[in-house]
Write a protein of this length. Structure first.
Lengths: 292, 185
């Protein structure tokens, strides 16, 4: 099994920003955007996310796999839950509203009567959802493609995680190719004995149980092998003193600017949404008039 | 001989390595099975690998279980290029943490009582983990409770408990043999 990280150096603006500043901005964006259902604010956040995404210089060919997942999520949240069933709009969009699709709809030939009742307000809410979820997706989808996996340990340590937890992340990244190779070797060895993971016969329970001949040896070998790693770490006095990192991180003036901007964005959002009460959902008059 | 009581909250060198192994295993197996999306269920895939954080929780304690699920899910999504979804990573971490709370009660991994406790922990862990992750969709996506229950919670909860209930006892019995042979616990 070929496992490779999605990251590659692109000489982009994103490559020059410190990963810690990027995490701070990403979380500040998430917290800020989720305070609003007001389309004007969401449009600002969405535009900001598009600009941020463009800093990554990623190509569609590279990210389309990730966008496929996001499109499934957006489809289920917006098309199915808000537009078709009205579920996603519950609690945010006030009940009632101007119906723009027949309340009752008869399916031709089958004569099924469906209560649909799509309102202008729900349609506007789905646009708001698209901007909010789309913006968040733009920010977080970019991370695997533009953040060097070698810097994760130092980054999380720099964000205040204890050494042991940050080092766990580093160690996990180091184990991935080894375990992927073990999985591949085990799969080949089991197949040589007649093991058929692709066998389509049997129900879901049998299919899951069929994973066991692959899962058990890989897991148990990894646990047995980890004793050697733990002993080697103990011999090198792991955890006895403050760690240093192979890839040290250094803030530049633009990182401080980004952190300051993130803090301003978060504080500004809190004031706008919770002090001035500007974050609520409302449908603009011009949009309502479109459906008169 | 008096049985030594296990400290479930210890996080020394061995636990660091086990947590890293658990996270890497979850990432690799999760990556291999990430392609199986449940139709009509937002953000949810069938992952037999979910048993890994549950098992590492049961075997090595709640911190190891949490890190295996949390970091493993981050790494699996990074490998697949699916971005970073903090609330689902947290849910996966809790799915390993809750079984870890049972670690102190389990000494003989192949005893019927231990296996039953393991199965109970799978249900509780999946319920808490997927519950937290699904409820967070209300905050992020503006989904209502019905949507959260039917589009997020039920598909992920059912899929995870089916995988966990079948595969956890198999891993526990296999680990009992490893413990017996090597004399470690």
């Amino acid at each position: 099994m070929l496992i490779s990280w999605r990251y590659k150096y692109r000489n982009s603006i994103m490559d020059k920003i410190d990963p810690r500043a990027r995490w701070i901005f990403s979380f500040a964006f998430l917290l800020s955007a989720t305070m609003f259902w007001n389309a004007s604010f969401l449009f600002i956040f969405f535009t900001l996310a598009v600009i941020w995404y463009s800093f990554g210089k990623t190509k569609w060919k590279e990210t389309r796999h990730g966008w496929f997942l996001v499109s499934i999520m957006l489809f289920s949240m917006i098309v199915i839950n808000t537009i078709i069933t009205g579920g996603g709009a519950g609690g945010v969009v006030p009940p009632g509203g101007r119906v723009i699709w027949p309340q009752q709809f008869t399916v031709p030939l089958l004569n099924w009567e469906i209560n649909f009742g799509l309102t202008v307000e729900r349609l506007w809410f789905s646009l708001c959802q698209l901007m909010r979820l789309g913006g968040i997706s733009l920010i977080f989808l970019l991370i695997p493609y533009t953040m060097d996996s070698r810097a994760y340990g130092a980054t999380f340590h720099g964000l205040g995680m204890p050494d042991s937890v940050a080092y766990t992340m580093e160690l996990a990244i180091r184990f991935i190719p080894t375990l992927a190779r073990d999985l591949s070797v085990t799969l080949d060895a089991q197949k040589a004995r007649g093991y058929e993971i692709e066998k389509v016969k049997g129900g879901i329970f049998k299919k899951i149980a069929r994973i066991a001949p692959l899962l058990v040896p890989v897991t148990m070998n990894a646990i047995i092998g980890s004793e050697d790693v733990a002993n080697a770490m103990d011999l090198r006095c792991f955890g006895q003193a403050k760690r240093t990192w192979i890839y040290p991180l250094e803030y530049h003036w633009w990182d401080y600017f980004l952190i300051g901007f993130s803090a301003l964005m978060l504080v500004g959002s809190i004031i706008a949404a919770h002090v001035l009460n500007l974050g609520g959902f409302w449908t603009p008059e011009w949009f309502l008039n479109l459906f008169v | 001989m008096e049985e030594k009581k296990k400290s479930i909250w210890k996080f020394g060198t061995r636990e660091v390595v086990f947590a890293a192994i658990g996270a890497a295993l979850y990432a690799v197996l999760g990556y291999a099975t990430n392609m199986l999306q449940l139709p009509g269920a937002g953000n949810v895939s069938i992952r037999p690998a979910v048993v890994i954080p549950m098992f590492f929780g049961i075997a090595f304690g709640p911190i190891v279980g949490f890190i295996s699920g949390f970091v493993g899910n981050i790494l699996a999504d990074l490998l697949s290029g699916w971005g970073f979804w903090f609330w689902w990573d947290l849910g996966n971490g809790l799915m390993g943490l809750v079984p870890g709370l049972f670690a102190g009660m389990i000494v003989d991994y192949k005893a019927v009582k231990s296996l039953l406790l393991g199965e109970l922990s799978v249900i509780l862990g999946s319920g808490v983990g997927m519950g937290v992750a699904s409820l967070s969709e209300m905050w992020v996506s503006g989904a209502d409770m019905n949507t959260v229950i039917f589009a997020n919670f039920i598909p992920s909860f059912v899929s995870n408990i089916v995988n966990g209930l079948i595969l956890l006892p198999i891993l526990m019995v296999a680990y009992a043999a490893v413990v017996q042979r090597s004399g470690r616990s």
